[in-house]
Design a protein around this ligand. Structure first.
Ligand code: 13P
Length: 252
């Protein structure tokens, strides 16, 4: 069996708990026909506890701390997240790396903590425009994966999200060839350098919307999406989910 595609919505710092609750309810009701795609909602922490999701719908946190408890003001542990019913935790998002100064070493500790409690990390990697222009894309992907996954031998429960920093929230999507090459580089890194498994999903993120989703999901090596802006609206999010379902159904 191949990899079941994933459509994940990263709400970032949007939707109050009540809004989030009714949004999730509506999406699940609108997408009753979805059978071949996993749909993930990643609300702010405040919305996680109330989230009422049923497979193939799942919830995710947008961050975590690696310690199980203690004097870490403002942080949330993986066991707290697990108890809220989440299955995934996003880590290493470019906004956390660039705005909040997250280091690969922290991301690695978070990843281990997530796997230790039986949750799945969604590890984000991606180059800045400067790094791309200098021809460093593959090197950056290697470094982020090598450091993020350090010490992990069994990471089939991991999801990787390729999110070129310059495509996030800009309306500029990486072109098909750039996406194909980056995904294939990530797959090679997982296979050759890190003894990875074919089960690892590699998602694309960066200005995905209902107009470009059909094209993007058909690129070789793209196992789904991590969506920001377009995951906040009912029509765009459900339309992207339906597109991925339709493309997947044709393959089966
Ligand atoms: P946009 O879809 O708004 O570009 O955001 C992508 C993203 O950062 C998802 O994590």
């Amino acid at each position: 069996m191949g990899r079941v595609p994933i459509v994940a919505g990263n709400w970032k710092m949007n939707k109050n708990p009540e809004e989030g609750f009714s949004f999730v309810d509506e999406v699940q009701n609108l997408l009753l026909e979805i059978k071949h795609v996993s749909i993930i909602f990643a609300p702010p922490f405040t919305g996680l506890f109330e989230m009422n999701v049923h497979p193939p719908f799942y919830s995710a946190a947008q961050n975590c701390h690696w310690e199980s408890n203690g004097a870490f003001t403002g942080e949330v542990s993986v066991s707290m997240i697990k108890e809220c019913g989440a299955k995934y935790v996003i880590i290493g998002h470019s906004e956390r790396r660039h705005i909040f100064g997250e280091l690969d070493d922290w991301i690695n500790k978070k990843l281990k903590a997530i796997l230790n409690v039986g949750l799945s990390p969604i590890l984000c990697v991606g180059e800045t425009i400067d790094q791309r222009d200098k021809g460093q894309t593959e090197q950056i992907l290697y470094e982020q994966l090598d450091e993020g996954l350090r010490g992990i031998t069994n990471f089939e429960d991991c999801v990787i999200a390729y999110e070129p920093v310059w495509a996030i929230g800009t309306g500029v999507t990486a072109d098909n060839e750039q996406v194909r090459l980056a995904h294939s580089a990530i797959r090679d890194i997982l296979k050759n350098k890190l003894k990875g498994s074919d089960d690892v999903h590699i998602l694309y993120g960066g200005s995905v919307n209902s107009a470009n989703a059909e094209d993007l999901i058909q690129i070789e090596g793209v196992d789904g999406f991590l969506i920001g802006g377009a995951s906040l609206q009912l029509d765009s999010f459900t339309s992207i989910a339906r597109t991925v379902e339709m493309v997947q159904e044709k393959k089966l």
